[in-house]
Ligand binder design. Structure first.
Ligand SMILES: Nc1nc2c(c(=O)[nH]1)N[C@H]1C(S)=C(S)[C@@H](COP(=O)(O)OP(=O)(O)OC[C@H]3O[C@@H](n4cnc5c(=O)[nH]c(N)nc54)[C@H](O)[C@@H]3O)O[C@H]1N2
Ligand SMILES: Nc1nc2c(c(=O)[nH]1)N[C@H]1C(S)=C(S)[C@@H](COP(=O)(O)OP(=O)(O)OC[C@H]3O[C@@H](n4cnc5c(=O)[nH]c(N)nc54)[C@H](O)[C@@H]3O)O[C@H]1N2
Ligand code: SF4
Ligand SMILES: [Mo]
Length: 728
């Protein structure tokens, strides 16, 4: 028996886990790591099932090659050779714009995805870059980019110190938090209330988080931007603003907010005008307060405006960048970054002309780019850690589009709804065989913290995911040589030339020789830690890979501290409250203020024991309350004459689903979780709990304009009793 300590990679909460392994490397026990200074022993059912997930017999161990409908296991060289032959052929015949790539959510949760995703995109040399970000948080990146000058300058609520938390469209009691890294989010919310703080949750459903709050406010899906504007309006109207830093655009925001008085906002959102006014007053009066909004507000038609208004409120109430407010974390691997004003739309998608954001195109237009003939049509797809057939809007269309590709290669541990279209599947090794560091998530943490988990088990002859991705990058670029040493050389060369840098003028070879690490990935981590704000080389600390290895339970780097103006990258050097692109979209918002809401709209939800589309093959996690049902208000059930199951129809598709009548959801709103729809799956347990895919119903033509983000909440649907046959 051995005991290993490592970070759980299964959601954004980065909990420390303590695992017991037997001689064969099997996980016999998983507990929360009580010595982790950040998570302090917290664990959820998914973390507790990490061993089961990691040893799932349906996980692929060797590459699969598909010939027609038949799959066979193959050796690694054969699999890579096949990829190379097809990639070379497609590039020669059609050029590099015929290549497309999709990076899915777990690529943010692995070192491989974080360190090799970028180089792989570069190596492919295509603009057809898609990720799960445009089905998720792109509105936040765009809002932050325009306001603070950097898409990753995302303030998080200072959960452990705030007196008032206004939370919209998030359900951390099930999701464990997002764009706000906080292990034991539920405990932190309880602590907030226990110290006399106040929690208000805005959600079309009375979620477990809402039930724990002091107040729950029902809001009509997709209307948060109106509600938030109503708060901004009230702050100005009642002279409650107290801006604490130099900002641009204050007058423009005041002018824009005039169009959204509480009475008008109330009609659109369903939130009574007196509640809008009271919330604004409470926000302004609280000793400290933070507004935090997440996916329920991002994946809507006005996602970017909602994200923008969240931080407008944080600024107007004097809560941006102060303890107890909304603060900018300081990650151990943060790099200084260049001052280059943020822009979107540097190029546009070929078919629909949608703007690029953060170097990628909206996943809502991926099917267009595969199906539409002409120069630049995607003929070859690379997917890494993604299942867009279930996760992208109108996934059924993508399903058909993938089937028509010349070639597809997927890096994924499973044969699933997406990878079944691949010609080659390259499976990464087990979680326990991989090193782990949360490059992205630790930049969003409510306490500054770092933890590195080295591999717990040897690779037994399989390539690491880092190696798989760098080998793909090598094939795509045609370049030989060590990718990691190339990246390290480039970073060092820049660092020694940067005036004022702690290593300015030093010798690159000498610095390179100081780097630690068993693998290229570890050496790159060491370099980033050393150059980072707590690093041995940067002069303000002694952080390095060695130090993290000496602290297997993680290292507390202190509470969040004010960071303005240091984090700003705007041209003006100030917070920009009224970026022109957003004011333009305010016109679109205004235009729809008086709109009558559709009779019934669809929203999503998440379940504690689930994770998007890919944890439904672990028996202890499925069943019980974790099922694919349509939540519907009992009033709608009787009004529509429904019983047991119903047909849900949208502009894009139709599903038959079991009903779950509950008064926790607003009348006129129904909720279906996404990531289901595993009928016929090669994964035995998932196939038994198939469910249906919510993205049969969602509409790829509906997007949040500034960010191109998909719209999953507020989808108009009609609901019919099963058995009633109608023409359509
Ligand atoms: N209707 C609706 N649709 C939604 C959402 C919604 O709320 N409603 N939410 C959206 C959101 S927020 C997201 S993030 C997306 C997620 O969309 P995706 O990222 O496309 O989908 P996932 O279901 O997370 O699929 C993850 C894939 O990664 C694989 N995988 C797991 N671990 C690893 C690993 O270590 N390495 C590799 N290479 N692969 C791995 C899994 O087998 C699976 O195939 O879905 C979006 N879709
Ligand atoms: N257990 C579990 N944890 C997960 C995941 C999972 O699938 N399962 N997925 C992970 C991923 S990829 C992400 S991005 C995060 C997301 O983390 P969260 O943002 O916390 O996601 P949800 O739990 O879906 O909560 C979104 C809430 O928004 C509400 N909502 C829907 N429409 C609207 C609206 O128009 N306005 C408002 N105000 N609310 C609305 C929904 O009812 C729901 O309660 O969770 C991550 N963690
Ligand atoms: S909350 Fe997230 S990180 Fe923590 S144990 Fe559960 S899945 Fe893992
Ligand atoms: Mo996500």
């Amino acid at each position: 028996m051995t005991t290993v300590h490592r970070t759980c990679p299964l959601c954004e909460a980065v909990c420390g886990l303590t695992l017991t392994l037997d001689e064969g490397g099997h996980v016999t026990r998983v507990r929360g790591d009580v010595d982790d200074p950040f998570s302090r022993g917290f664990i959820c059912p998914k973390g507790a099932s990490l061993g089961r997930l990691d040893e799932d017999p349906d996980r692929l161990r060797r590459p699969l090659i598909r010939e027609g409908d038949l799959w066979r296991e193959a050796g690694w060289d054969e699999a890579f050779d096949l990829v190379k032959a097809n990639l070379d052929r497609v590039v020669e015949t059609y050029g590099r714009q015929a290549l497309g790539i999709y990076l899915g959510n777990p690529s943010v949760h692995s070192m491989a995805g974080s360190l090799y995703g970028g180089p792989l995109i570069k190596a492919l040399g295509t603009r057809n870059v898609f990720t799960a970000s445009t089905a998720d948080q792109m509105p936040k990146h765009v809002a932050s980019g325009l306001m603070f000058g950097h898409p990753l300058a995302i303030p998080v609520p200072d959960l452990d110190r705030t007196d008032f938390l206004l939370m919209l469209g998030a359900n951390p009691l099930e999701s464990n938090g997002s764009l706000c890294t906080a292990p034991d989010f539920p405990g932190r919310l309880k602590a907030l209330r226990a110290r006399g703080g106040r929690l208000v949750v805005v959600d079309p459903r009375r979620t477990r988080t809402a039930a724990l709050a002091d107040e729950h406010v029902f809001v009509r899906p997709g209307t948060d931007a109106y509600l938030l504007f109503g708060l901004v309006h009230t702050l100005f109207a009642e002279d409650l603003t107290r801006v604490a830093q130099p900002v641009g655009g204050l007058d423009e925001v005041r002018e824009a907010a005039k169009h959204f008085p509480p009475e008008a906002v109330a009609r659109r959102t369903g939130v009574p005008a007196d509640v809008v006014v009271r919330l604004a007053r409470e926000l302004a009066a609280a000793p400290t307060a933070a507004v935090y909004a997440r996916i329920g507000t991002c994946t809507t038609e006005f996602g970017t405006l909602a994200q923008w208004l969240v931080d407008v409120l944080n600024v107007l109430t004097g809560n941006l960048d102060r303890p107890g407010g909304a603060m900018f974390p300081k990650a151990a691997t943060e790099s200084p970054g260049r001052r280059r004003p943020y822009t979107v739309g540097r190029w546009r998608s070929r078919v629909r002309g949608l703007p690029e954001a953060n170097g990628e195109l909206p996943v809502a237009t991926l099917a267009d780019e595969i199906e539409t003939p002409g120069e630049g049509r995607i003929r070859l797809m690379v997917t890494v850690a993604g299942n867009p057939v279930l996760s992208a809007p109108h996934g059924d269309r993508l399903d058909a589009a993938f089937a028509g590709l010349d070639f597809m290669v997927s890096v994924d541990p499973y044969l699933n709804e997406t990878t079944r279209h691949a010609h080659v599947i390259l499976p990464p090794p087990r979680v326990l065989q991989s090193g782990h560091y949360d490059f992205a998530l630790l930049g969003l943490a409510v306490r500054n913290y770092a933890r590195y988990s080295p591999p717990s088990l040897p690779l037994d002859g399989r390539p690491s995911e880092a190696l798989i991705l760098s080998r793909l990058a090598g094939i795509a670029s045609g370049l030989e040589g060590d990718l990691d040493e190339f990246v390290i050389g480039g970073m060092l060369a820049r660092a020694v030339e940067t005036p004022g840098s702690a290593v300015e003028g030093r010798d690159v070879a000498e610095l390179r020789a100081e780097l630690d690490g068993q693998t290229g990935a570890e050496r790159r981590l060491d370099l980033m830690l050393r150059l980072g704000p707590y690093g041995v080389w940067a002069g303000k600390g002694d952080l390095s890979l060695r130090k993290l290895l000496d602290h297997p339970h993680g290292l507390d780097l202190g509470p969040l501290e004010p960071r303005l103006p240091e984090v700003l990258r705007t041209a003006s050097g100030m917070v920009e409250l009224a970026p022109p692109q957003l004011l333009e979209d305010v016109e679109r918002l205004r235009g729809r203020l008086e709109e009558e809401p559709p009779e019934i709209v669809l929203i999503g939800r998440r379940h504690l024991r689930s994770n998007n589309s890919w944890m439904h093959n672990v028996a202890p996690l499925v069943g019980g309350s974790n099922t694919c049902t349509l939540q519907i208000n009992p009033a709608d059930v009787s009004r529509l004459g429904l019983d047991g199951t119903a047909v849900v129809r949208s502009a894009r598709g139709e599903l038959t689903v079991p009903l779950e009548p509950t008064d926790t959801i607003m009348p006129g709103v129904v909720s279906l979780p996404h990531g289901w729809g595993h009928a016929g799956s090669a994964q035995a347990v998932a196939a038994e709990h198939a469910g249906v895919s919510a993205n049969t119903l969602t509409d790829e033509t509906a997007i949040d304009l500034p960010s191109g983000n998909a719209v999953f909440n507020g989808v108009p649907v009609t609901i019919l009793p099963t058995g009633v046959i109608t023409a359509h």
